[in-house]
Design a protein around this ligand. Sequence first.
Ligand code: HEM
Length: 408
Amino acid sequence: MNARLDDFPIPDLANPATFVTGVPHEAFDRIRAMPGLYWQPAAQGTLTGGFWAVTRHADIVAIERDPEAFTSSKGFFFPGALENVAEVPSLRANIMLTDPPTQTRLRKAAARSFGPRVVAQFDEWIRAIVVEVLDDVVAKGEFDWVADVAAIIPSRVVARVIGVPFEERQLIVDWTNNIFHASTIPDGFKSVLEAAAASFSYMDALRPRKLRDPKDDMGTILAQCVERGEISEDECRLYLSLLLVAGFETTHTAIAQSMRMIVESPEIRQAVTDAVASGGLNLLVEEFLRYITPAMNMARTATRDLEFRGQHIRKGDMMQLYFTAANRDPSLFSEPHRFVPARPKNEHITFGSGAHHCIGNALARLEIRILFEELHKRNITLKLNGTPKRGWSTFINQLFELPVAVVR
Ligand code: HEM
């Protein structure tokens, strides 16, 4: 350990307690400035007793572009390392645990319903969901922004994208909430898989329903892909269930944390008002996404012994890709720790990069934009009405509760 590290030890990045008060950006700054990579020992959840903390933007992009050297098939988050994914039936067909060309094939099947042009047509029904949710909470006057807004909008949106009938959409809200709570239990995938089991059976039953009564939704598209032999039944089930987690947890965190910033800072509140009024909302949403970075990291695993940035990496070593640190890399972002509402050239990697780059990014961006527009249109101002409760996760920049009241 060098002198700087002795003076200011890096907190244990494998311990959720390190994230209880916030993202340890100071530690990431110090790690980023060191030569090579920083090794974080971990008692569980990796194959070789720890992980390399990758904090530089360019390093993460390079690793994500090289799936032959850094695979997704041994787990995509810490502490979720898998010796052999083929031995876990409920996981092995998960797109996030595949590399090209399997990943490319799965992605092609789903991409048709997620491109920016397709997603732009979702505006009307997403707006209807947002307005319905906002009307409910405004009537209440005092409420928890996380439970009543941030958790509801993304789950209803995902339900509609999948093609869950209206009268069954509460099931999706309940499952996503269960999965969200399970994800706070630090036992790798175990609790999440138990919580997701109900959604697996539902997705299996949905497939024949979609074939009988096809609609313009992801459930129908994927059911037809199975019929044509382009994807397997397992892949279809896992993909639809993944949407619940991938589309919910992250978007819900972006909506929760951005409102926390607004109710805690008069400057940010004003910046949002100005941005919506002047048509600068896109830039503002990008800055929220950069600043919050809902999924703080993803992981890859070295497929062989190799050298990376002067560091010897062993086969099986986990590379923890800290998007949250890359998004504050001073080589790309000036004043990286400042929230700059109209930040130009905002090249954040909140949605990752490379082959697994978030397929739902256009949808997430649209949801958040519509929410801010509708809050503005309805002249809804909120104030803090209690103490926000932060989550504790090494993976998601979680917020559990945000008590707010409508300013009348
Ligand atoms: C603010 C909201 C969101 C954030 C921050 C986010 C972030 C991410 C990240 C970091 C990845 C992995 C990228 C990588 O490994 O390079 C990812 C993948 C993925 N996301 Fe999102 N996501 C969001 C919203 C959504 C939504 C709304 C959906 C769909 C309803 C979605 C579906 C997916 C899927 C299916 C993948 C896997 C893609 C693949 O493996 O090829 N995400 N997302």
